[in-house]
Ligand binder design. Structure first.
Ligand code: C2E
Ligand code: MG
Ligand code: MG
Ligand code: MG
Length: 283
């Protein structure tokens, strides 16, 4: 729809701006409007301990509930938000809302160890990011130890010295850090030692064909062993089948996340899951 409108308007504005500029401006104002109109919401997916099946944490995942277009998934708007700079106010909102919800669950007596929040590269690099995180924790009352920021290898490897400073400041506050989509970017393994990272999330692309692909099994198992040797928690993303779960367990993987246990769900359904702990088993 936005595209059609852009194409018609193009006739009138072609002398001043090109199509890409116009689309970008429209998208930026759409995102800005979405934020003020409270069209964003967070869904949550359980992070499950393989030791006993307990939901020990959740990952917050943004959705855009558009009044005409329905639910828009993050892959369709996060990169535009990054290009237009709208990722900063949107990311700030995500962080506050995730911390608020986590503390609300804790106030209800639900045992939630970790609220994991995705942080975009631009957002991580914005001036005052550490202060913003401190502000979200202070305002909501969430203990820093419960917050985990998910960064990709791309985010942390670019300008490693700057990254080290920011990660250290967050780590001193008590916030934990995890490397998202691990294995898809390029990481210098030396930095795994230098950076105060506590968790590696094996990317879903290595888990998808785990039952059939011996190379994927070798990669997953290598990441698990390396993580254990470096005393890092290793979590496998995108676990969908019992066979994948069995393989990951035999490799010694500590945590999993995926449709096998639960898709991302809204706050209400997540409350039910935290209350009932349906995957818990004796060990
Ligand atoms: P991610 O951080 O790697 O999040 C995991 C994605 O994998 C989520 O997609 C989740 O729904 C999906 N997933 C989990 N388990 C399975 C499974 O078993 N099978 C399949 N096929 N998919 C599974 P989602 O929610 O669409 O988010 C996509 C990406 O968008 C995220 O990848 C993250 O990079 C980004 N994103 C989401 N929320 C935020 C946010 O609040 N801020 C920022 N900066 N990025 C976000
Ligand atoms: Mg993530
Ligand atoms: Mg991921
Ligand atoms: Mg991913």
């Amino acid at each position: 729809k936005a595209k059609d409108l852009g194409r018609n308007t193009f006739q009138f504005y072609s002398s001043e701006m090109n199509m890409a500029t116009l689309e970008r401006l429209m998208m930026e104002s759409n995102l800005r409007h979405a934020l003020t109109a409270s069209e964003f919401e967070l869904h949550y997916q359980p992070l499950v301990s393989l030791a006993n099946g307990e939901i020990v944490g959740v990952e917050a995942l943004i959705r855009w509930r558009h009044p005409d277009l329905g639910v828009i998934m993050p892959d369709r708007f996060i990169s535009v938000a990054e290009d237009t700079g709208m990722i900063n106010p949107i990311g700030d909102w995500v962080l506050f809302e995730a911390c608020r919800q986590a503390q609300a669950w804790i106030d209800e007596g639900l045992a939630l160890q970790t609220m994991a929040v995705n942080v975009a590269p631009v957002q991580f690099r914005q001036a005052g990011f550490v202060e913003m995180v401190a502000g979200a924790l202070g305002t909501t009352g969430l203990a820093a130890e419960r917050l985990e920021l998910e960064l990709t290898e791309r985010t942390v490897m670019h300008d490693a010295e700057f990254t080290l400073g920011t990660l250290s400041a967050l780590n001193r506050m008590g916030v934990s850090l995890s490397l998202d989509d691990f294995g898809t970017g390029y990481s210098s393994l030396a930095y795994l030692k230098r950076f105060p990272v506590g968790k590696l999330k094996i990317d879903r692309s290595f888990i998808m064909d785990l039952e059939r692909d011996a190379d994927d099994r070798a990669i997953a198992s290598t990441i698990v062993s390396m993580g254990r040797n470096l005393r890092l928690t290793v979590l496998a993303e995108g676990v969908e089948t019992a066979e994948q779960l069995t393989l990951l367990r035999s490799m010694g993987c500590g945590m999993v996340q995926g449709y096998y246990f639960s898709r991302p769900v809204d706050a209400l359904r997540m409350t039910e899951l935290l209350r009932s702990q349906p995957f818990l088993h004796e060990n």
